[in-house]
Ligand binder design. Structure first.
Ligand SMILES: C[S@@+](CC[C@H](N)C(=O)[O-])C[C@H]1O[C@@H](n2cnc3c(N)ncnc32)[C@H](O)[C@@H]1O
Length: 400
Protein backbone atom coordinates (compact mmCIF):
# COMPACT_ATOMS: atom_id res chain seq x y z
CA UNK A 1 0.00 0.00 0.00
CA UNK A 2 1.20 3.44 -0.89
CA UNK A 3 2.34 5.56 2.04
CA UNK A 4 0.39 8.80 2.23
CA UNK A 5 1.28 11.76 4.37
CA UNK A 6 -1.89 13.09 5.98
CA UNK A 7 -1.71 16.81 6.66
CA UNK A 8 -4.47 18.78 8.28
CA UNK A 9 -5.94 21.49 6.07
CA UNK A 10 -8.10 22.88 8.87
CA UNK A 11 -6.54 26.11 10.12
CA UNK A 12 -5.89 26.69 13.83
CA UNK A 13 -8.79 28.16 15.77
CA UNK A 14 -8.63 30.94 18.31
CA UNK A 15 -10.90 32.36 20.97
CA UNK A 16 -10.59 35.89 22.31
CA UNK A 17 -11.76 37.64 25.45
CA UNK A 18 -12.13 41.22 26.56
CA UNK A 19 -11.64 42.17 30.20
CA UNK A 20 -10.95 45.17 32.38
CA UNK A 21 -7.45 46.57 31.90
CA UNK A 22 -5.29 45.12 34.65
CA UNK A 23 -7.35 41.91 34.88
CA UNK A 24 -5.45 40.06 32.11
CA UNK A 25 -3.23 38.17 34.57
CA UNK A 26 -6.25 37.03 36.60
CA UNK A 27 -8.05 35.96 33.44
CA UNK A 28 -5.01 33.98 32.30
CA UNK A 29 -4.83 32.22 35.68
CA UNK A 30 -8.51 31.28 35.37
CA UNK A 31 -7.95 29.91 31.87
CA UNK A 32 -5.02 27.83 33.15
CA UNK A 33 -7.46 26.22 35.58
CA UNK A 34 -10.48 25.93 33.27
CA UNK A 35 -8.78 25.03 29.97
CA UNK A 36 -5.17 23.98 30.67
CA UNK A 37 -4.84 22.63 27.10
CA UNK A 38 -5.63 25.99 25.48
CA UNK A 39 -2.49 27.81 24.47
CA UNK A 40 -2.16 31.48 25.36
CA UNK A 41 -1.54 33.29 22.11
CA UNK A 42 -1.55 37.06 22.37
CA UNK A 43 -2.67 39.86 24.64
CA UNK A 44 -3.06 43.60 24.81
CA UNK A 45 -4.36 45.49 27.84
CA UNK A 46 -8.01 44.45 28.10
CA UNK A 47 -7.76 41.79 25.37
CA UNK A 48 -6.52 38.18 25.56
CA UNK A 49 -6.48 35.40 22.93
CA UNK A 50 -6.02 31.62 23.05
CA UNK A 51 -5.41 28.92 20.49
CA UNK A 52 -7.71 25.89 20.76
CA UNK A 53 -5.87 22.57 21.14
CA UNK A 54 -7.65 21.19 18.06
CA UNK A 55 -10.23 22.46 15.58
CA UNK A 56 -13.80 22.19 16.82
CA UNK A 57 -17.14 22.21 14.99
CA UNK A 58 -19.12 25.44 14.82
CA UNK A 59 -21.69 24.04 17.29
CA UNK A 60 -19.00 23.19 19.85
CA UNK A 61 -17.45 26.62 19.50
CA UNK A 62 -20.83 28.27 19.95
CA UNK A 63 -21.34 26.31 23.17
CA UNK A 64 -18.13 27.68 24.71
CA UNK A 65 -18.73 31.02 26.42
CA UNK A 66 -18.07 32.97 29.61
CA UNK A 67 -20.69 31.14 31.75
CA UNK A 68 -19.62 27.68 30.50
CA UNK A 69 -15.99 28.46 31.25
CA UNK A 70 -17.07 30.00 34.59
CA UNK A 71 -14.73 32.92 34.06
CA UNK A 72 -14.89 35.78 36.53
CA UNK A 73 -12.62 38.21 34.74
CA UNK A 74 -13.78 37.91 31.11
CA UNK A 75 -16.28 40.51 29.96
CA UNK A 76 -16.91 38.88 26.59
CA UNK A 77 -15.86 35.75 24.70
CA UNK A 78 -15.69 35.42 20.93
CA UNK A 79 -14.55 32.70 18.52
CA UNK A 80 -12.15 34.15 16.02
CA UNK A 81 -12.72 34.17 12.27
CA UNK A 82 -9.62 36.20 11.55
CA UNK A 83 -7.98 39.58 11.86
CA UNK A 84 -8.30 42.75 9.85
CA UNK A 85 -5.13 44.83 9.91
CA UNK A 86 -3.02 47.01 7.66
CA UNK A 87 -1.36 43.80 6.48
CA UNK A 88 -4.55 42.84 4.60
CA UNK A 89 -6.10 46.27 4.19
CA UNK A 90 -3.44 48.81 3.28
CA UNK A 91 -3.68 51.74 0.90
CA UNK A 92 -0.77 52.44 -1.45
CA UNK A 93 0.81 54.63 1.24
CA UNK A 94 0.58 51.79 3.80
CA UNK A 95 -2.25 53.32 5.86
CA UNK A 96 -5.37 51.39 6.95
CA UNK A 97 -8.02 51.30 4.23
CA UNK A 98 -11.45 51.35 5.85
CA UNK A 99 -13.42 50.26 2.75
CA UNK A 100 -11.21 47.18 2.29
CA UNK A 101 -11.44 46.45 6.02
CA UNK A 102 -15.27 46.46 5.93
CA UNK A 103 -15.19 44.15 2.92
CA UNK A 104 -12.74 41.80 4.64
CA UNK A 105 -15.02 41.51 7.71
CA UNK A 106 -17.85 40.30 5.47
CA UNK A 107 -15.53 37.97 3.54
CA UNK A 108 -14.48 36.33 6.82
CA UNK A 109 -18.14 36.03 7.81
CA UNK A 110 -19.03 34.50 4.42
CA UNK A 111 -16.21 31.92 4.78
CA UNK A 112 -17.86 30.63 7.96
CA UNK A 113 -21.56 31.28 7.45
CA UNK A 114 -22.19 31.29 3.70
CA UNK A 115 -24.58 28.65 2.29
CA UNK A 116 -21.61 26.83 0.74
CA UNK A 117 -19.44 26.90 3.85
CA UNK A 118 -18.29 23.77 5.64
CA UNK A 119 -20.56 24.49 8.65
CA UNK A 120 -23.61 25.10 6.41
CA UNK A 121 -22.94 21.76 4.68
CA UNK A 122 -22.59 20.02 8.09
CA UNK A 123 -25.90 21.56 9.20
CA UNK A 124 -27.66 20.40 6.01
CA UNK A 125 -26.33 16.85 6.46
CA UNK A 126 -27.60 16.81 10.06
CA UNK A 127 -30.96 18.32 9.12
CA UNK A 128 -30.36 21.52 11.15
CA UNK A 129 -30.86 25.07 9.89
CA UNK A 130 -27.56 26.71 8.96
CA UNK A 131 -26.24 29.27 11.44
CA UNK A 132 -26.38 32.90 10.28
CA UNK A 133 -25.36 35.98 12.26
CA UNK A 134 -28.45 37.85 13.47
CA UNK A 135 -26.62 41.06 14.37
CA UNK A 136 -23.22 42.72 14.40
CA UNK A 137 -21.49 43.52 17.68
CA UNK A 138 -18.75 46.14 17.40
CA UNK A 139 -16.81 47.23 20.48
CA UNK A 140 -13.47 48.69 21.46
CA UNK A 141 -11.18 47.18 24.05
CA UNK A 142 -10.90 49.50 27.06
CA UNK A 143 -8.71 52.46 26.16
CA UNK A 144 -7.79 53.21 29.79
CA UNK A 145 -7.99 51.79 33.29
CA UNK A 146 -11.51 51.98 34.69
CA UNK A 147 -11.98 55.12 36.77
CA UNK A 148 -8.72 56.76 35.67
CA UNK A 149 -9.48 60.33 34.57
CA UNK A 150 -13.16 59.37 34.58
CA UNK A 151 -12.83 56.52 32.09
CA UNK A 152 -15.90 54.22 32.02
CA UNK A 153 -16.07 51.21 29.69
CA UNK A 154 -18.89 51.49 27.19
CA UNK A 155 -19.89 51.63 23.56
CA UNK A 156 -17.83 54.32 21.87
CA UNK A 157 -18.51 56.66 18.93
CA UNK A 158 -15.99 54.65 16.87
CA UNK A 159 -17.89 51.42 17.62
CA UNK A 160 -21.17 53.05 16.52
CA UNK A 161 -19.54 54.38 13.34
CA UNK A 162 -18.02 51.04 12.30
CA UNK A 163 -21.26 49.24 13.15
CA UNK A 164 -23.26 51.56 10.90
CA UNK A 165 -20.82 51.07 8.02
CA UNK A 166 -20.75 47.29 8.43
CA UNK A 167 -24.53 47.15 8.60
CA UNK A 168 -24.85 49.17 5.40
CA UNK A 169 -22.26 46.97 3.64
CA UNK A 170 -23.80 43.64 4.77
CA UNK A 171 -24.19 41.11 1.92
CA UNK A 172 -27.77 40.20 0.98
CA UNK A 173 -27.03 36.63 2.11
CA UNK A 174 -27.03 37.97 5.70
CA UNK A 175 -29.33 40.99 5.61
CA UNK A 176 -32.50 38.90 5.37
CA UNK A 177 -31.54 36.89 8.45
CA UNK A 178 -30.84 39.87 10.74
CA UNK A 179 -32.79 40.00 14.01
CA UNK A 180 -35.07 42.82 15.19
CA UNK A 181 -33.34 46.22 15.53
CA UNK A 182 -30.04 44.84 14.18
CA UNK A 183 -29.42 48.33 12.76
CA UNK A 184 -28.93 49.56 16.36
CA UNK A 185 -25.66 48.66 18.05
CA UNK A 186 -27.18 49.02 21.53
CA UNK A 187 -30.24 46.83 20.85
CA UNK A 188 -29.98 43.65 22.96
CA UNK A 189 -29.56 40.34 21.15
CA UNK A 190 -32.19 37.66 21.65
CA UNK A 191 -31.25 34.39 23.42
CA UNK A 192 -29.93 31.85 20.91
CA UNK A 193 -28.99 34.43 18.26
CA UNK A 194 -25.49 34.33 16.82
CA UNK A 195 -23.66 37.66 16.70
CA UNK A 196 -20.83 38.60 14.38
CA UNK A 197 -18.24 40.27 16.61
CA UNK A 198 -15.77 42.94 15.61
CA UNK A 199 -13.40 43.81 18.45
CA UNK A 200 -11.54 47.04 17.70
CA UNK A 201 -8.26 46.30 19.45
CA UNK A 202 -6.60 49.23 17.68
CA UNK A 203 -8.06 51.53 15.06
CA UNK A 204 -6.20 49.43 12.49
CA UNK A 205 -6.40 46.04 14.19
CA UNK A 206 -9.82 44.41 14.30
CA UNK A 207 -10.52 40.89 15.49
CA UNK A 208 -13.54 39.35 13.82
CA UNK A 209 -15.39 36.51 15.53
CA UNK A 210 -18.76 35.27 16.68
CA UNK A 211 -20.65 34.17 19.77
CA UNK A 212 -24.09 32.93 20.69
CA UNK A 213 -26.33 34.97 23.00
CA UNK A 214 -26.73 33.00 26.22
CA UNK A 215 -26.45 35.06 29.41
CA UNK A 216 -27.43 38.67 29.99
CA UNK A 217 -24.05 40.18 29.14
CA UNK A 218 -23.66 38.29 25.85
CA UNK A 219 -26.73 40.16 24.54
CA UNK A 220 -24.63 43.34 24.33
CA UNK A 221 -21.54 44.15 22.24
CA UNK A 222 -18.43 43.22 24.22
CA UNK A 223 -20.69 42.54 27.22
CA UNK A 224 -21.15 46.31 27.58
CA UNK A 225 -24.52 47.38 28.98
CA UNK A 226 -25.85 50.62 27.53
CA UNK A 227 -26.84 51.89 31.00
CA UNK A 228 -27.06 55.59 31.79
CA UNK A 229 -26.81 57.12 35.26
CA UNK A 230 -30.24 58.63 36.05
CA UNK A 231 -30.12 62.36 36.81
CA UNK A 232 -31.35 61.76 40.37
CA UNK A 233 -28.86 58.94 41.11
CA UNK A 234 -26.99 59.77 44.30
CA UNK A 235 -23.88 57.78 43.40
CA UNK A 236 -22.23 55.79 40.63
CA UNK A 237 -22.93 52.66 42.68
CA UNK A 238 -26.41 52.83 41.14
CA UNK A 239 -24.90 51.52 37.88
CA UNK A 240 -22.94 48.79 39.65
CA UNK A 241 -26.00 47.43 41.43
CA UNK A 242 -28.30 47.91 38.46
CA UNK A 243 -25.90 45.82 36.37
CA UNK A 244 -25.49 43.32 39.22
CA UNK A 245 -29.26 42.93 39.61
CA UNK A 246 -29.73 42.36 35.89
CA UNK A 247 -26.80 39.94 35.72
CA UNK A 248 -27.90 37.92 38.79
CA UNK A 249 -31.54 37.90 37.60
CA UNK A 250 -32.56 37.83 41.27
CA UNK A 251 -36.34 38.11 41.63
CA UNK A 252 -36.10 41.30 43.69
CA UNK A 253 -39.25 43.31 43.14
CA UNK A 254 -42.22 44.89 44.88
CA UNK A 255 -41.99 44.44 48.68
CA UNK A 256 -38.81 42.31 48.54
CA UNK A 257 -37.04 42.81 51.87
CA UNK A 258 -33.47 43.93 51.29
CA UNK A 259 -30.54 45.03 53.42
CA UNK A 260 -27.94 47.30 51.83
CA UNK A 261 -24.77 47.27 53.96
CA UNK A 262 -22.53 50.25 53.27
CA UNK A 263 -25.48 52.08 51.73
CA UNK A 264 -24.31 55.72 51.82
CA UNK A 265 -24.87 57.92 49.92
CA UNK A 266 -27.46 55.66 48.29
CA UNK A 267 -27.09 54.79 44.59
CA UNK A 268 -27.29 51.02 45.23
CA UNK A 269 -30.38 51.43 47.43
CA UNK A 270 -31.99 53.51 44.68
CA UNK A 271 -31.65 50.57 42.23
CA UNK A 272 -33.57 48.42 44.77
CA UNK A 273 -36.16 51.09 45.62
CA UNK A 274 -36.85 51.56 41.90
CA UNK A 275 -37.97 47.91 41.85
CA UNK A 276 -40.42 48.53 44.71
CA UNK A 277 -38.29 46.79 47.37
CA UNK A 278 -38.13 47.68 51.09
CA UNK A 279 -34.57 48.63 51.96
CA UNK A 280 -32.77 48.72 55.30
CA UNK A 281 -29.64 50.79 54.63
CA UNK A 282 -26.77 50.20 57.07
CA UNK A 283 -24.01 52.78 57.16
CA UNK A 284 -22.34 55.02 59.74
CA UNK A 285 -22.17 57.74 57.05
CA UNK A 286 -25.00 60.04 56.01
CA UNK A 287 -27.49 58.99 53.39
CA UNK A 288 -28.51 61.39 50.64
CA UNK A 289 -31.76 63.20 51.66
CA UNK A 290 -33.47 61.96 48.48
CA UNK A 291 -32.98 58.34 49.54
CA UNK A 292 -33.86 59.07 53.18
CA UNK A 293 -37.15 60.61 52.06
CA UNK A 294 -38.23 57.45 50.22
CA UNK A 295 -41.08 55.74 52.13
CA UNK A 296 -39.57 52.26 51.58
CA UNK A 297 -36.15 53.21 52.94
CA UNK A 298 -34.96 52.98 56.57
CA UNK A 299 -31.50 54.11 57.62
CA UNK A 300 -29.85 52.05 60.37
CA UNK A 301 -27.02 54.35 61.16
CA UNK A 302 -23.93 52.48 62.33
CA UNK A 303 -21.54 49.71 61.44
CA UNK A 304 -23.06 46.35 60.62
CA UNK A 305 -21.35 44.60 63.54
CA UNK A 306 -22.82 47.14 66.01
CA UNK A 307 -26.45 46.35 65.13
CA UNK A 308 -28.73 43.74 66.68
CA UNK A 309 -29.45 40.64 64.56
CA UNK A 310 -33.18 40.80 65.24
CA UNK A 311 -33.38 43.91 63.00
CA UNK A 312 -32.76 41.63 59.99
CA UNK A 313 -35.03 38.68 60.79
CA UNK A 314 -37.53 39.57 58.07
CA UNK A 315 -34.86 40.38 55.47
CA UNK A 316 -34.27 37.98 52.58
CA UNK A 317 -31.78 39.77 50.30
CA UNK A 318 -28.43 41.08 51.53
CA UNK A 319 -26.40 43.44 49.38
CA UNK A 320 -23.15 45.06 50.27
CA UNK A 321 -20.56 47.34 48.78
CA UNK A 322 -18.37 48.19 51.77
CA UNK A 323 -15.00 49.74 51.07
CA UNK A 324 -13.16 47.08 53.07
CA UNK A 325 -10.94 44.04 52.36
CA UNK A 326 -12.66 40.86 50.99
CA UNK A 327 -12.36 38.88 54.22
CA UNK A 328 -13.97 41.71 56.19
CA UNK A 329 -16.97 41.69 53.84
CA UNK A 330 -17.18 37.88 54.04
CA UNK A 331 -16.90 37.90 57.86
CA UNK A 332 -19.71 40.46 58.09
CA UNK A 333 -21.98 38.46 55.77
CA UNK A 334 -21.18 35.14 57.44
CA UNK A 335 -21.98 36.59 60.83
CA UNK A 336 -25.40 37.61 59.48
CA UNK A 337 -26.55 34.80 57.22
CA UNK A 338 -24.80 31.58 58.29
CA UNK A 339 -27.17 31.02 61.23
CA UNK A 340 -30.79 29.84 61.19
CA UNK A 341 -32.50 32.88 62.73
CA UNK A 342 -31.96 34.94 59.55
CA UNK A 343 -33.35 33.31 56.42
CA UNK A 344 -31.32 34.86 53.62
CA UNK A 345 -32.40 33.90 50.13
CA UNK A 346 -29.72 35.72 48.17
CA UNK A 347 -26.57 37.80 48.46
CA UNK A 348 -25.22 40.33 45.98
CA UNK A 349 -21.95 41.93 47.00
CA UNK A 350 -18.65 43.38 45.89
CA UNK A 351 -15.23 42.12 46.91
CA UNK A 352 -12.70 44.92 46.58
CA UNK A 353 -9.17 44.13 45.50
CA UNK A 354 -7.02 46.86 46.97
CA UNK A 355 -4.27 44.74 45.45
CA UNK A 356 -4.76 42.44 42.41
CA UNK A 357 -3.24 39.58 44.44
CA UNK A 358 -6.64 39.23 46.18
CA UNK A 359 -7.96 38.02 42.82
CA UNK A 360 -5.98 34.77 43.23
CA UNK A 361 -8.16 33.89 46.22
CA UNK A 362 -11.52 34.16 44.39
CA UNK A 363 -12.08 30.34 44.29
CA UNK A 364 -11.52 30.23 48.07
CA UNK A 365 -13.90 33.18 48.66
CA UNK A 366 -16.61 31.45 46.62
CA UNK A 367 -16.12 28.13 48.44
CA UNK A 368 -16.65 30.01 51.67
CA UNK A 369 -19.95 31.52 50.45
CA UNK A 370 -21.16 28.06 49.33
CA UNK A 371 -20.43 26.68 52.80
CA UNK A 372 -23.17 28.99 54.18
CA UNK A 373 -25.81 27.00 52.27
CA UNK A 374 -25.97 28.95 48.99
CA UNK A 375 -26.06 26.41 46.18
CA UNK A 376 -25.81 28.87 43.25
CA UNK A 377 -22.73 31.04 43.61
CA UNK A 378 -21.32 33.06 40.73
CA UNK A 379 -18.85 35.89 40.42
CA UNK A 380 -18.03 38.31 37.68
CA UNK A 381 -16.07 41.47 37.18
CA UNK A 382 -18.85 43.68 35.92
CA UNK A 383 -18.47 46.56 33.51
CA UNK A 384 -19.21 49.01 36.34
CA UNK A 385 -16.94 47.27 38.83
CA UNK A 386 -13.63 48.97 39.40
CA UNK A 387 -10.78 46.91 40.93
CA UNK A 388 -13.33 44.56 42.46
CA UNK A 389 -15.76 41.80 41.52
CA UNK A 390 -19.48 41.18 42.12
CA UNK A 391 -20.64 37.93 43.74
CA UNK A 392 -24.21 36.62 43.43
CA UNK A 393 -25.24 33.79 45.78
CA UNK A 394 -28.67 32.20 45.83
CA UNK A 395 -30.54 29.45 47.67
CA UNK A 396 -32.58 27.64 45.06
CA UNK A 397 -35.19 26.37 45.72
CA UNK A 398 -35.77 28.62 48.70
CA UNK A 399 -37.93 27.10 51.43
CA UNK A 400 -39.00 29.07 54.44
C1 LIG B 1 -18.31 52.46 48.33
S1 LIG B 1 -19.27 53.16 49.57
C2 LIG B 1 -20.84 52.49 49.25
C3 LIG B 1 -21.60 53.18 48.17
C4 LIG B 1 -23.06 52.85 48.29
N1 LIG B 1 -23.30 51.41 48.12
C5 LIG B 1 -23.94 53.60 47.35
O1 LIG B 1 -24.71 52.97 46.67
O2 LIG B 1 -23.88 54.82 47.30
C6 LIG B 1 -18.78 52.23 50.96
C7 LIG B 1 -19.58 52.51 52.20
O3 LIG B 1 -19.33 51.45 53.13
C8 LIG B 1 -19.50 51.97 54.41
N2 LIG B 1 -18.95 51.04 55.41
C9 LIG B 1 -17.64 50.67 55.60
N3 LIG B 1 -17.57 49.78 56.63
C10 LIG B 1 -18.84 49.56 57.05
C11 LIG B 1 -19.40 48.75 58.08
N4 LIG B 1 -18.65 47.99 58.88
N5 LIG B 1 -20.75 48.76 58.25
C12 LIG B 1 -21.53 49.54 57.46
N6 LIG B 1 -21.04 50.32 56.47
C13 LIG B 1 -19.72 50.35 56.28
C14 LIG B 1 -18.80 53.30 54.34
O4 LIG B 1 -19.23 54.19 55.37
C15 LIG B 1 -19.19 53.79 52.93
O5 LIG B 1 -20.28 54.67 52.98
Amino acid sequence: MENTLVTSTVPAQFVYFTCQRGAERSLKKEMERRRPNYRFSYSRPGFVTYRLPEPESLEKRLALDVPTLRLVFARSCSHSLGRVTTRECARADGSFDLATALQRVWNLALDEFDDNSRSANDARRQGRPAVKPARIHVYERDRANVGIRGFEPGLTPLAYEIHRKLYDAAPDAFKDGFGPNADRLDAPGEPGEVCLDVALVEEDEWHVGFHRVTDVHSRYPGGLFPLALPVDATSRAFLKFEEGLRWSEFPIGVESRCVDIGSAPGGGSQALLARGAFVLGVDPAEMDPLVLAHPNFTHLRGRINQLKRKLFRKSRWFLTDMNVAPNYTLDALEELVARDDIEARGLLFTLKFFDWKFADDVPEYLRRVKSWGFNHVRARQLQYNRQEIMVAALKKPFRR
